[in-house]
Design a protein around this ligand. Structure first.
Ligand SMILES: *[C@@H]1O[C@H](CO)[C@@H](O)[C@H](O)[C@H]1NC(C)=O
Ligand SMILES: *[C@@H]1O[C@H](CO)[C@@H](O)[C@H](O)[C@H]1NC(C)=O
Length: 495
């Protein structure tokens, strides 16, 4: 290790290196790292860690750090910068990721399989470098980097609330310092989860959860000691049995998973490579199993409560990825003049009076509102609106329809009712088109699926806004109800 003492010119070379090869994640957030091209690869001697820290802070002022891993067993890393996409350092990083991946057990490697299918949208991967001829592991690592441009890397975890302990005395086995410790450790754990997801290293989540909940079998050398700084398993169980803390963990989970959704799918309508969609869907599929495995030794109540939130998260990921997929397909239709014209002529033949007659008994909708929506829809179609214009139109529809319920406790119910009615009306229109064997049936079917799904998305967000909760909490409400009232659910199934 060479220190800085060997001369000022070396220091300058190091700064140059930082400027050229590293860039702030969000432009404007930090001082610009410079955009110059390297004139040559300078032979550099590495400085020691302390000097490197000083250097990097002198270039990226205000740079923050984050801890990865649990206390006492952690690594610090810089937060808010990354290697420039076009930097030759990427090759270096791929090599180390490749080495890391080779050290993982076989079944973890196989989870990456679906990612290996490079589709047309990821073609840019093969543009400039040797990715195309690389090993599967290398292409996965490269793909992961390529995918990171589609996710929100600048997102951070909002602060957690404090547990609401009420005025009852604490249960015997726990005291305030235990609770404080849990608060700190749980926050660290959630931040680590967020970091792993942000790096798209989904397969690490399983291990991370197992480590936190300490339920992994003792290692073969009989070492069962608890890593420094962790809560002993028995104590953790006691803490989880205490209801105020269980509710607190649930509210933290709502915040965490909402952040993860916003990181992974920052814009539901924006095109993303299907390989990324597939990776997110596989992740969603694995979550519940990973959690229940990690928590096998914990009381039912905490497991059920956590699983309910994770299921809501998985369901949200599935819905948003479908929505995204439908949006890509619909874009092609909405941009095609001949298809739009066919849709218009078919729609003009639909007997809307008949649709209204049949739907009115079920929906009890104001006839004038229905007529206005029908006219508006036709005009918007005629204007060959883009998907984004349609999204604005749907948003306005939700606003108008729910306006009378704003601020009322009946808002969530009215919102759900609206979704049902919207879906009922659109199915009546599709029915009419089907009976007429309309040529544009396929286009309408696709548009209908997309608009239903997007309405669901909009309404869920409006309800969350109205109740001051996260959309994940809104969606988790029902599955929570189900898990707490098994007898009710049993009865429901028999009906
Ligand atoms: C809380 O309990 C732990 C043992 O479980 C003990 O070591 C600690 O001193 C206690 N703290 C307080 C503030 O009573
Ligand atoms: C528009 O749709 C028609 C009918 O489906 C199809 O034949 C045509 O190729 C499409 N045009 C474009 C530009 O995609």
């Amino acid at each position: 290790m060479h220190s800085l003492s060997s001369g000022k010119s070396e220091n300058c070379a190091n700064i140059f290196f930082l400027c050229v090869y590293l860039a702030p994640v969000a432009a404007g957030q930090l001082r610009d790292g410079g955009g110059r091209e390297p004139t040559s690869m300078l032979p550099l001697d590495p400085v020691n860690a302390a000097s490197f820290g000083k250097l990097i802070r002198s270039v990226f002022m205000g740079l923050r750090t984050r801890r990865l891993g649990t206390r006492g067993n952690s690594k610090y890393h810089y937060y808010g910068i990354r290697v420039k996409p076009d930097s030759p350092l990427n090759r270096l990083q791929e090599d180390t990721q490749y080495m890391a991946m080779r050290q993982q057990p076989v079944q973890q490697k196989q989870r990456f399989k679906p990612l290996q299918k490079v589709d047309s949208m990821s073609d840019s991967l093969c543009g400039s470098s040797q990715h195309c001829n690389s090993t599967p592991e290398q292409s996965v690592a490269a793909q992961s980097q390529h995918h990171q441009q589609y996710i929100d890397m600048a997102h951070s975890l909002p602060t957690f609330p404090s547990p609401d302990l009420g005025s009852q005395p604490l249960p015997e086995r726990i005291n305030m310092s235990d609770i404080k410790k849990l608060q700190t450790l749980y926050r660290d754990h959630c931040e680590a989860t967020l970091d792993v997801v942000m790096n798209l290293q989904f397969h690490f989540i399983e291990k991370l959860w197992q480590t936190f909940w300490c339920s992994t079998a003792p290692s073969s050398d009989g070492d069962t000691t608890i890593p420094k700084g962790l809560i002993p398993a028995e104590k953790l169980v006691s803490l989880c049995k205490y209801e105020p803390l269980r509710l607190w963990i649930r509210s933290c989970d709502h915040i965490l998973y909402q952040a993860l959704v916003e990181i992974l799918i920052p814009d539901v309508l924006r095109p993303v490579p299907s390989t990324l969609t597939q990776a997110i869907r596989n992740f969603a599929k694995s979550l519940e199993g990973w959690l229940t495995n990690a928590m096998t030794n914990f009381p039912q109540e905490i497991v059920q409560s956590k699983v309910a939130v994770v299921s809501a998260f998985a369901q949200t990921l599935r819905r948003y990825t479908s929505l995204n997929h439908l949006a890509q397909a619909a874009r092609a239709v909405l941009q095609n003049t001949s298809q739009i014209n066919q849709m218009l002529s078919d729609l003009n033949r639909v007997d809307f009076a008949n649709v209204q007659e049949q739907a009115s008994w079920v929906c009890q909708c104001d006839e004038s509102v229905v007529q206005r929506l029908e006219q508006d829809f036709k005009v918007t179609l005629q204007q060959q609106s883009s998907l984004d214009q349609w999204a604005t139109w749907l948003d306005n529809v939700v606003t108008q329809v729910l306006k009378p319920h704003q601020g009322s406790p009946s808002f969530p119910k009215a919102a759900r009712q609206f979704l049902l009615k919207w879906s009922f009306y659109s199915s009546m229109v599709i029915r009419d088109l089907t009976l007429r064997s309309a040529a544009s049936f396929g286009s309408f079917h696709l548009i209908r699926l997309l608009y239903d799904e997007y309405m669901f998305y909009l309404v869920e967000h409006r309800v969350a806004q109205a109740t001051g909760e996260t959309p994940i909490a809104v969606m988790g409400e029902f599955s929570d109800l189900g898990s707490m009232m098994p007898s009710f659910m049993e009865k429901g199934k028999k009906l």
